[in-house]
Ligand binder design. Structure first.
Ligand SMILES: *Cc1c(COP(=O)(O)O)cnc(C)c1O
Length: 365
């Protein structure tokens, strides 16, 4: 029986036994069988955003951040000027990697409890013509806020600015339609809502901007343009691929499609979310965010307001009952997070809440 602990974390997350079993085989990176898996994964990914014919998808080895870094390096010219819409920890990370790669970077600050504002962006772009690219995070996994992708994309299009979207924790669960929403690049990864294992990211690039990306990256390994050209020419990854991760993602995508694709996944995650929030309310836990700005991906809860509480012992007590929680990522107040994503259903969530209830008794809360 599959008795792994259930991961209530936003990646790595709980995967199905079928996805895990897909990794029990060795693959040659030059072999036609493996190249066919890569091609199939790429075609399926483009399909999910309705981007076939208008966009390309470039996979890259590494965790999700590697692909964000690669996207900025590949898309933004060395004399470009990036504006990061900042309402949380992942936005700050995007700004930092942009600066470290030597691109001019300006940060537009927003409240971490609220979505970024397309109207404020519109005004900012009107008076700051040097900006070439805007970077936004679709779902800010730090607190769990859902940012207005369509409205930001519309403003960027109106001002003829490039848009780079970190959709790491939303892709596959929330609707992203490249026919309606204009972006230059959009980034996600294997180990989030597609429910694969971690180890690779992928970047959708609009074909119209692709040719202009040649030679812009200051990094050899992270150059998505080179990776794309090589992959198109040979069907292979430029450097050693994470073979087991790729075949696991292939298997995970087959299950994603069989479940009913993005709408079905959103429905299951929303049920997980509803079960979580109502169950936690009965135990006295309050979400940090207003429900209207909350994504059904991850929920930040206020920690119990008592000196008896510390995250480490709370975590350990819940862990002993088979569930892994996630620490908070807010700077000012004590919180913890619970992910609603992964191969879990409302029944698992109910059990998780029961485990949390017993853990609270353990530590005398
Ligand atoms: C998970 C995640 C990333 C990538 O994090 P890694 O630890 O590098 O995989 C980036 N942005 C967001 C919004 C995420 O949720």
């Amino acid at each position: 029986m599959d008795r792994d602990k259930i991961l209530l974390t936003p990646g790595p997350l709980t995967t199905t036994l079928r996805t895990k079993l897909a990794m029990l085989k060795d693959w040659g990176s030059w072999d036609a069988d493996f190249n066919a898996v890569t091609a199939s994964v790429r075609a399926s990914l483009l399909n999910i955003i309705y981007g076939t014919g208008s966009h390309v998808v470039v996979p890259l080895q590494g965790s999700g951040t590697f692909s964000v870094e690669a996207a900025v390096a590949t898309l933004v010219p060395r004399d470009g000027h990036v504006l990061v819409l900042d309402n949380g920890a992942y936005c700050k990370r995007a700004a930092r990697l942009t600066q470290l790669m030597g691109r001019r970077c300006t940060v537009l600050d927003f409240d971490e409890a609220k979505p970024v504002s397309a109207a404020v962006l519109d005004q900012y772009l009107s008076t700051n013509p040097t900006i070439t690219h805007v970077v936004m995070i679709h779902c800010e996994t730090g607190a769990g806020v859902l940012n207005p992708l369509q409205a930001v994309a519309d403003v960027c299009q109106a001002h003829s600015k490039g848009l780079i979207v970190d959709a790491m924790s939303s892709f596959g669960a929330l609707e992203i339609d490249a026919r309606k929403t204009r972006f230059d690049a959009l980034i996600a990864a294997s180990g989030k809502c597609l429910e694969g294992v971690p180890g690779m990211g992928f970047v959708f690039i609009r074909q119209a901007v692709l040719a202009g990306c040649a030679g812009q990256s200051q990094s050899l390994a992270m150059d998505l343009f080179d990776q794309y050209i090589y992959m198109e020419k040979t069907g292979q990854w430029r450097f050693t691929p994470p073979t087991h991760v790729v075949v696991a993602l292939h298997e995970a995508i087959a299950q994603f499609e069989a479940e009913g694709g993005q709408p079905a996944r959103l429905l299951r995650y929303t049920r997980n979310y509803d079960t979580l929030v109502s169950g936690m309310a009965k135990l006295g836990f309050k979400p940090f965010l207003d429900a209207t700005v909350q994504s059904p991906i991850i929920v930040t809860f206020h920690a119990p307001d008592t000196p008896k509480y510390d995250f480490k012992s709370f975590y350990a007590a819940v862990r002993a009952r088979g569930f892994l929680l996630y620490p908070g990522k807010l700077t000012q107040i004590e919180t913890f997070r619970v992910g609603c994503i992964g191969a879990i259903d409302p029944h698992d969530m109910t059990q998780a809440i029961h485990a949390i209830e017993l853990a609270m008794q353990d530590i005398g809360l």
